[in-house]
Ligand binder design. Structure first.
Ligand code: MOS
Length: 742
């Protein structure tokens, strides 16, 4: 095999986004920007009750409104090839597609109005004036029957642990038990879910934001009873996803049904307030942590129980306890989950599902224990440092968490932290507190494929149906392709965001770059091997006889390894072979043997400073330092951006986001961006993200772990701990709001 550059010209460079100019200038076309000829506009009507059925819709009034083309209700909804409630795989989440008049949650779609203009469709939807037969609802945590779910998250075991937890607790010299509540959060990507759909017979062209083009294609093929090859999904850009675009949702599919019904292209965009229900959310949790330790802070028992909610009709369960299975060494570990049903839309994966809510509870509990033991929070974490994965006893494929703790602490100035709370004030008299949280997220991989082409003009083409929801795929896949093909990045053309390209896997689970990046790397390797094959077998080439193993690719040339002066450009090799290009495909997937042998996780340490007004209770995060180790960093600039985004989400989780459900109506009372608080610029502190070096020879050949989600973990706990350190008040109801401190 020819040797390729690993630390080449592109990988590791802090390049700015290749799609940045298009986005800033507005030339980047998002899904709802497409306007096929004859486009009609669809607007959803959604239920204002959370349980029952629709008894009346004034379809005649809507149809009579000028410009209205059609109204879809369960009476005339296009037939589907299979029920959207059919669970034929664990990720086929049940969808409300107007197949009956039932209502399972507030904001559920109950009709769609299609019109010549958005305004007419909006007015038509208002004229439907639905009437309902409604039933009493239950939306509170634990209010309904509580049971053990079959699986949690992405199919993990509900309960897992090791050792004898009762014995571990008995052996402890200090014990704490504390219960933490985390609030429901709703994904609020800037770009709402939308579709622009156009049918041509039984062929569908769809512009829709999705984190997984091929998964979307597969789901739609099943629902509409057409071959996958008939479906063309285009998604060049997403305005965020956060997990809610991992699986295609009801509003997107209703747009496709509308186009089918009226026989012309239709655009449907979910309104902001309609995002609170049909596109998933992070469920509220109540987590009970029981920790036992010897006097020196060694954990003898770690018992993490999660109670959460799911919908009345589907099965997603927030897996908050999973991180306790691999984060801290403890003599005995128990992680259990219970769930109660509620009249809510089905929760779904939301950025760092499980780890985000779980981490704030675990990190808070550990600090509560440290207080009992009079230990520094960093010290107690180091005393329980997991040298191997606690339950499985597998070695880590790599783990530079100790370096994260150390580098972060130095940068932050942690050593001068007073042990007791309420010890620091700033010049204005505000209480100052410092807190620490450990960050962790699994380094997983999906399955993907890519195609690489070397062209006679000295350029390279990389193709894979990956998606860029802001994480930087447009840039990092080109960087990997450039080094793989031995070309400068400005000679790389990248095609992603189109389902006709090879399956690029999922932009989710922090697996995107590892999966599609590995596929790109392998495809590029294959293309170079094909080119080398031409050269070394050609007597006219200076590379003749070098053998595949003796050739390197760089700067658009192949060179003999033993005599780099003997080289030839890609174009010369192709021209003499009478070819305009060579191409190869490559796969991206984890190595099952390595995955069995090693535990694979990214890690980090987040240090937070908060200032609290002693009279008003107002909390400000003033400083965040995160140090993260996540294997090879393809682009430090974009990785830092991912960490910042994650850490800001941690601020949001700790202090802001809280969907308030009305227990009587089951409606989200603050279901809009005016009242559903997320951090604005004024809430975002001075942030630093330290990229801790970590070499991982096992996760994949490039050594890539994901970075999309880990920034949230650790951060919220660090902030909660800092609030305690500032005030001496331990708030166990997250988000922490000022009223809790008074
Ligand atoms: Mo994520 S919740 O895997 O998009």
């Amino acid at each position: 095999m020819p040797e390729r550059q690993r630390h080449g010209a592109s990988i590791g460079q802090p390049l700015t986004r290749r799609d940045g100019h298009a986005k800033i200038t507005g030339s980047a076309r998002y899904s709802a920007d497409f306007r096929p000829e004859g486009l009609a506009h669809a607007v959803m009507a959604v239920s204002s009750v959370a349980r029952g059925r629709v008894t009346h819709l004034d379809v005649a009034a809507a149809e009579a409104h000028p410009g209205v083309v059609a109204v879809i209700t369960p009476e005339n909804a296009p037939a589907l090839a299979k029920s959207p409630d059919l669970k034929d795989n664990p990720f086929a989440f049940r969808l409300d597609l107007l197949q009956n008049d039932g209502v399972r949650y507030a904001n559920q779609p109950i009709a769609v109005v299609i019109a010549e203009t958005l305004e007419a469709a909006t007015e038509g939807a208002a004229l439907l004036a639905p009437r309902y037969e409604s039933e009493a609802v239950s939306v509170a945590l634990g209010a309904g029957e509580v049971f053990r779910p079959e699986t949690i998250g992405a199919g993990s075991a509900t309960d897992e642990g090791s050792g004898d937890i009762a014995a571990g607790m008995a052996a402890a010299e200090t014990r704490i038990e504390a219960t933490y509540d985390t609030a429901a959060q709703y994904h609020n990507a800037l770009e709402p879910h939308s579709s622009v759909a156009e049918w041509d017979g039984d062929r569908l062209t769809l512009y829709t934001p999705t984190q997984a083009l091929w998964i979307a294609k597969g789901r739609l093929a099943g629902l509409f009873g057409i071959p996958q090859e008939n479906i063309h999904v285009v998604c060049h850009y997403l305005g965020g996803g956060f997990g809610s675009k991992g699986f295609i949702t009801a509003p997107q599919i209703l747009g496709i049904m509308a186009a089918k019904l009226v026989g012309r292209p239709v655009k449907l965009v979910t309104r902001r307030e309609q995002m609170f229900g049909p596109v998933g959310h992070r469920a509220a949790t109540r987590q009970t942590l029981k920790l036992g330790a010897t006097r020196d802070g060694t954990l003898t028992a770690l018992d993490h129980h999660t109670l959460t909610l799911t919908s009345r009709y589907d099965d997603f369960v927030e897996p908050s306890g999973i991180l306790s299975r691999h984060l801290y060494a403890a003599g005995a570990i128990a992680t259990t989950h219970a769930v109660s049903r509620a009249d809510i839309g089905t929760p779904i994966f939301m950025r760092a599902p499980g780890e985000a809510s779980g981490s704030v509870a675990v990190e808070s509990a550990l600090d509560e224990l440290a207080l009992e033991l009079d230990l520094d929070p960093l010290e107690i974490r180091l005393r329980n440092y997991a040298e191997v994965e606690p339950i499985s006893h597998r070695p880590f494929s790599s783990k530079a968490l100790r370096e994260c703790y150390t580098q972060g602490a130095e940068r932050f100035g942690w050593a001068s932290r007073p042990r007791l709370p309420r010890q620091m004030r700033d010049a204005d008299g505000l209480l100052v507190g410092w807190g620490l949280g450990t960050a962790t997220y699994p380094a997983g991989m999906m399955q993907g494929e890519a195609r690489a082409t070397l062209r006679a003009d000295g350029t390279g083409l990389i193709e894979t149906a990956a998606q860029d929801m802001g994480q930087g795929a447009w840039t990092v896949l080109a960087q990997i392709g450039a080094d793989g093909l031995g070309l400068p990045i400005d000679r790389i053309e990248l095609r992603i965001g189109d389902s006709n390209l090879p399956n690029g896997g999922l932009a989710g689970g922090s697996t995107g770059t590892a999966t599609s990046g590995t596929a790109v790397d392998n495809a590029a390797k294959g293309a170079i091997a094909a080119l080398a094959e031409l050269a070394v077998n050609d007597r006219a080439s200076p590379l003749y006889g070098a053998g595949n193993a003796g050739v390197t690719a760089a700067d658009g040339r192949l060179a003999r390894r033993d005599d780099p002066a003997r080289s030839e450009s890609f174009g010369e090799i192709l021209a003499r072979a009478g070819k305009t290009s060579v191409e190869a495909k490559g796969q991206g997937q984890g190595d099952p043997a390595a995955q069995k042998t090693y535990a694979m996780h990214a890690h980090g340490a987040v240090y937070a400073e908060v200032k609290v007004d002693p009279d008003l209770g107002q909390i400000r995060v003033t400083r965040l330092v995160g140090a993260f180790a996540a294997g090879r960093i393809i682009n430090p600039h974009l990785v830092r951006s991912q960490y910042y985004g994650g850490m800001i989400w941690g601020v949001s989780l700790a202090l802001h986001e809280h969907a308030v459900l009305d227990p009587r109506s089951g409606r989200v009372m603050n279901g809009n961006l005016a009242e559903y608080h997320i951090p604005v610029n004024a809430d975002v502190p001075a942030m630093e993200a330290i990229l801790v070096e970590e070499h991982d020879p096992h996760v994949n050949p490039l050594g890539i772990k994901g970075v999309g989600e880990i920034g949230i973990t650790g951060t919220a706990g660090a902030i909660a701990n800092a609030v305690w350190h500032a005030t001496g008040v331990r708030v166990r109801d997250i988000p922490i709001t000022l009223d809790r401190l008074l």
